[in-house]
Design a protein around this ligand. Structure first.
Ligand code: FMN
Length: 409
């Protein structure tokens, strides 16, 4: 008889137990109100996700600085006034004995022009993508100290609101990942140059957050296995950073890529229904997991591409990872997830959304899924026929509208 390793509990170093090994990975919700506060839509979504039975839900990007948002529809956590709305969100998500952790983040140079034309970043290295991003200003020492304070304050507010953990976002090319990369971090002070210096901001935020939230509150870091860019943050560097995080965090989540190469959208294609012989290995960051295991004891979550129970179960049995992170199936496959978790449904169908133009892959697929999230939050059904071009169009329109609303009401 197959043992169901996906449905087994996990105790983290801080002493907290998760009821099983399935995690809804972060997906930006883009549904805050014009004051960047959580809405009833957040409660609706997280009720849906709590009822899938997943042991842990990680929220989408929640922003520690109202300007540097990944999306104009992000929640901003910085003032005590937000506590009642945060509490309502946490309450809805925690039903069914589910853990819910907030992903705290600062977008740095990946803040789009609708929010600001002069984002702060480690160095003035502009992101070239459809003209959507302005030339960044290099952060001063005061800016850096401000960011540290903001991350810690956000984590403390999330704890006070009843969320059961936080995840510090240091992947996907956002601010902390910009500091890690030699391409985007060209500083010559204590925050740039050697890997030790480039990693200083992440480690300082982790250490200061730990002081603020105490030893019993889970802290996770989402980190790139690499940036998948020549001259960017490499696998060897990632492995070194992981060793420096040892003993400081409760969960490491591995992902990869930046806005210049959002590998998880590219790789999705390789998992599309096609001949078994041409399908690539499910879960594209798994090869990295062996290397992580060789140098680290930190509980490990891998996200990206997991679609079959057998594969997840085998990987858990082999101890290649501790938690399975899934994102897109938590949009398109919600009704199937309880059976998947029980081992009664092997495969969650994988949807790939393409316009046929390679450079549009991430906006078409990202926009398609973003719109489905907005619909689910509004209590509507999925619209799987919306088409790839409409995905791209949706994302640009939605961002513009949300940014205008938050700027001008
Ligand atoms: C619509 C959408 C929004 C996302 N938003 C975030 C986010 O806010 N933070 C984050 O770390 N990753 C985000 N991701 C990436 C996912 O967490 C995940 O790493 C990626 O989708 C690969 O997992 P999957 O193949 O199971 O979808 C997002 C992905 C999608 C599809």
């Amino acid at each position: 008889m197959t043992v169901n390793h996906l449905n087994a509990p996990l105790t983290l170093p801080c002493g907290v137990s998760l009821k099983n090994r399935l995690v809804k990975a972060a997906m930006t919700e883009r549904i805050s109100n014009r004051r960047m506060e959580p809405t009833e839509g957040h409660q609706e979504l997280y009720r849906l996700w709590a009822n899938t039975g997943a042991g842990l839900l990680i929220t989408g990007n929640v922003i520690v600085d109202p300007v540097h948002a990944e999306s104009a529809g992000n929640v901003y956590v910085g003032d005590d006034d937000i506590l009642p709305k945060l509490k309502a969100w946490a309450e809805a998500a925690k039903q069914n004995d589910t853990h819910v952790w907030v992903q705290i983040s600062h977008a740095g140079r990946q803040t789009n022009r609708f929010k600001t034309s002069r984002p702060l970043a480690p160095s003035p290295v502009q992101l070239q993508k459809m003209g959507l991003f302005g030339k960044p200003k290099a952060m001063t020492e005061v800016d850096i100290q401000g960011v540290i304070k903001n991350f810690v304050k956000a984590a403390s507010l999330c704890q006070a609101a009843g969320f059961t953990g936080v995840q510090i976002h240091s992947a996907h090319g956002y601010l902390l990942s910009q500091f890690l990369s030699p391409i985007t971090n060209q500083r010559t002070d204590a925050w740039g140059g050697s890997l030790e210096n480039r990693c200083r901001l992440l480690l300082t935020i982790v250490e200061e957050t730990r002081k603020a939230v105490g030893d019993k509150f889970p802290i996770s870091v989402k980190l790139n296995s690499s940036d998948f860019q020549r001259g960017g943050f490499s696998e060897e560097e990632s492995l070194q950073v992981i060793q420096w995080l040892e003993g400081k965090i409760d969960l490491l989540e591995v992902s990869g890529g930046t806005y210049e190469n959002l590998v998880f959208f590219e790789k999705n294609e390789e998992l599309a229904p096609q001949k078994e012989s041409t399908r690539k290995r499910e879960a594209y960051f798994m090869d990295f997991s062996k290397k992580v295991r060789a140098v680290s004891q930190i509980p490990l979550m891998i996200t990206g591409g997991f679609r079959s129970f057998d594969f997840c179960n085998q990987a858990l049995e082999n101890k290649e990872l501790d938690l399975v992170g899934m994102a897109r199936p938590f949009i398109t496959n919600i009704p199937d997830i309880p059976a998947f978790l029980a081992g009664d449904k092997n495969r969650l169908e994988n949807l790939v959304v393409r316009t046929g133009i390679k450079s549009m892959n991430d906006t078409s697929e990202g926009g398609f899924y973003a719109r489905q999230i907005v619909r689910l939050a509004a209590g509507k059904n999925l619209d799987l026929n919306m088409g790839a071009w409409n995905g791209s169009l949706f994302i640009v329109r939605h961002e513009l509208r949300k940014a205008m609303l938050s700027r001008f009401g």
